[in-house]
Ligand binder design. Structure first.
Ligand SMILES: Nc1ncnc2c1ncn2[C@@H]1O[C@H](COP(=O)(O)OP(=O)(O)OP(=O)(O)O)[C@@H](O)[C@H]1O
Length: 600
């Protein structure tokens, strides 16, 4: 180990008073010897890199305080165990500097005070044991450590609610005998009452006591019910008007046209057994498909809700979408997004795009092409609807929000470290490159790539959403007038331009990941700002302070910044392809991994 680490570890041990261990010749722990080659007591090293990997000081009867600032100078530390000693004071916030820790055992000491918020930044942690101490405060941030396998915190004075840990991942969980309160989150039936007993304020499964409904919630509930009831009336009203319109039109329509309309419906789904509509609805539909609807704008039966094969909503009908409670989630530049909950609890996101001047046939072809290309990190389209004035696109609703929210809206103590940001960048690049390769000949790029269109799925993996919903307008192609790439491009450069616009969008996402700064809706030109800072050679100034304080490697951050700057080159021809971007990002990732495994 290097001199600095040796000194720091000796300093760490200096804060722990002797206890009952004979500090004889086997003890080690002095600056003149080496923890690895001279086998300091309780220390295990990596054989190849000769760096400290484990420090296990269980049952040494040590007193004093934990000097995590010194301990974590040994950044390669993976296991730290101090079980059953007499160490007192707080768990210092500097513990988060031991960022490769996978096992942290502090059970059976006299630790007191609040748990440090920084503990949740130990994102590699698999096993955490803080049981049998005098700790207080809340557990809030700990649920963000996604890979946690065991969590022992019994016999403390912890308070507040139990956050939503990933219980499907946890093998051990015990918070018994604390002052925790509120409802127990859904533990997927994996843990029994013994994990929660001895907390007077806790309620709900697996404990026998049922949670009371607070009066405010009851009131809220009833106003939600009222709201849903009135929305239901309005929706039923609309449906009735539509049906009457349909009956009138049908009466006027010649028979052969009716048959055509029915044929049109067949491409969607003509299994009439699936119908659950009322008898009046069925009568009014006559021979038409379950999925044919009358366009609200034109009053003509002009289009269908096309349900693409998806296990999520097999058999969903346009009526189901209309009837289900819907909530406006956001209004973007190109339309609005609604969250819709179907009867079975399936949650959908319905994007409504207005005034997209694309013909019905072209739109249909485009959606079918996109549907044929599947990538695990690209959100599939579940269904679509097309009328003259508006298009509806249905996706699975992603409850974990978007990359935009992760970067800019979560509390500052929530860590989104360098390694995770690099992985997110690599995943998006990989998915985008795949889509570009497969859909290049069809000229279908994303068209609106930005951090709010990168959603986090249930495993918190990034997922590209709304692929192919935008095309770059003609006027945006003027810069291509002299470009060689225009040769043989039937779209007059529009398709080529949209692919290059995606690369630009990806570059801006990289800038957001690196700087932590907001691009959207603020009028702030991130690209311009980054250029100006880099030009002044203050490059380090651009990086997110969170990354700098975490000790992320500046050289690799600068390398990623260079990839970003290439992507946002004002000349589209000079921007790299997504395949080239992947190569660059992967080489940064490799450097990162090599340095992690060989870090002293
Ligand atoms: N499938 C989805 N599940 C959950 N949230 C979603 C889903 N799709 C979009 N959102 C979120 O809903 C909000 C509104 O999305 P929307 O796409 O309408 O707007 P936008 O991305 O900000 O702008 P634009 O209209 O340019 O796409 C965004 O915060 C977005 O992250």
């Amino acid at each position: 180990e290097d001199q600095q680490v040796r000194q720091a570890l000796v300093q760490f041990m200096g804060k722990l008073s002797p206890g009952n261990v004979q500090r004889g010749p086997n003890w080690g722990w002095n600056v003149t010897s080496d923890p690895c080659t001279d086998n300091w007591l309780g220390v295990k090293c990596d054989n190849n890199s000769k760096s400290v990997r484990k420090i296990v000081l269980d049952h040494f009867n040590l007193t004093g305080v934990l000097d995590a600032g010194s301990l974590c100078v040994a950044t390669s530390l993976v296991v730290f165990s101090l079980n059953d000693n007499k160490v007192i004071g707080e768990i210092p916030k500097e513990i988060s500097s031991c960022r490769y820790l996978t096992h942290l055992y502090l059970s059976g000491n006299g630790f007191s005070g609040n748990l440090p918020g920084s503990l949740s930044r130990l994102s590699n942690l698999k096993r955490l044991d803080i049981s049998n101490n005098g700790l207080s405060g809340e557990l809030t941030g700990l649920s963000r450590i996604s890979g946690l396998l065991s969590f022992f915190a019994q016999n403390n004075q912890l308070s507040g609610e139990i956050p939503k840990f990933d219980f499907s991942n946890l093998q051990d969980f015990n918070v018994s005998n604390n002052n925790l309160s509120g409802p127990i989150p859904d533990v997927n039936g994996r843990f029994n009452a013994s994990s929660f007993l001895g907390n007077l304020g806790l309620c709900g499964q697996p404990l026998p006591n049922i949670c009371p409904t607070p009066p405010s919630a009851r009131k809220k509930h009833s106003s939600i019910n009222q709201f849903l009831m009135y929305s239901g009336f309005v929706i039923i009203g609309i449906i009735v008007v539509l049906l009457i319109g349909l009956i009138l039109i049908k009466k006027k329509k010649p028979r052969d046209e009716k048959t055509n309309a029915a044929k049109e419906g067949v491409e969607v789904n003509n299994d009439s057994n699936k119908s659950s509509g009322t008898s009046s609805e069925s009568k009014s539909r006559g021979n038409r498909s379950e999925y044919s609807i009358t366009s609200v704008e034109s009053g003509m039966p002009s289009s269908s809700l096309v349900v693409l094969t998806s296990p999520v909503v097999n058999g969903v009908r346009f009526e189901d979408l209309l009837r289900a409670p819907a909530e406006l989630v956001g209004r973007g530049k190109h339309g609005s997004l609604y969250k819709v909950i179907l009867d079975g609890g399936v949650m959908l996101a319905v994007k409504r795009i207005k005034d997209w001047g694309i013909s019905r046939e072209d739109f249909k072809k485009r959606m079918q092409k996109i549907d044929q290309v599947k990538h695990p990190k690209v959100l599939p389209i579940v269904a679509y609807y097309c009328s003259k004035q508006e298009k509806l696109l249905v996706y699975g609703y992603q409850q974990n929000g978007s990359l935009f929210r992760l970067l800019h809206e979560y509390q500052s103590n929530q860590s989104f470290d360098w390694g995770s940001r690099l992985s997110v960048a690599a995943s998006i690049a990989e998915a985008l490159s795949f889509m570009h390769d497969v859909l290049r000949d069809d000229g279908i790029a994303h068209g609106n790539l930005k951090s709010s269109n990168i959603l986090l799925n249930k495993d918190m993996e990034p997922c590209i959403s709304e692929y192919g919903l935008m095309v770059v307008e003609n006027e945006d192609c003027s810069f291509l007038a002299h470009s060689n790439s225009l040769k043989d491009d039937p779209t007059g450069g529009r398709a080529y331009s949209t692919f290059k616009v995606d690369i630009y969008g990806f570059g801006v996402i990289l800038l957001e990941l690196l700087t932590g700064k907001i691009v959207q809706n603020t009028g702030f030109d991130l690209a311009k700002w980054v250029h100006s800072v880099v030009r002044e050679e203050w490059t380090v100034e651009v990086f997110d302070k969170v990354l700098l304080s975490e000790g992320a490697n500046e050289e690799r951050m600068v390398n990623l910044l260079q990839v970003a700057l290439k992507c946002i080159n004002p000349s589209p021809d000079a921007r790299p392809s997504m395949n080239q971007v992947i190569e660059m990002i992967n080489s940064i990732k490799e450097d990162d991994e090599i340095s992690m495994s060989s870090d002293p």
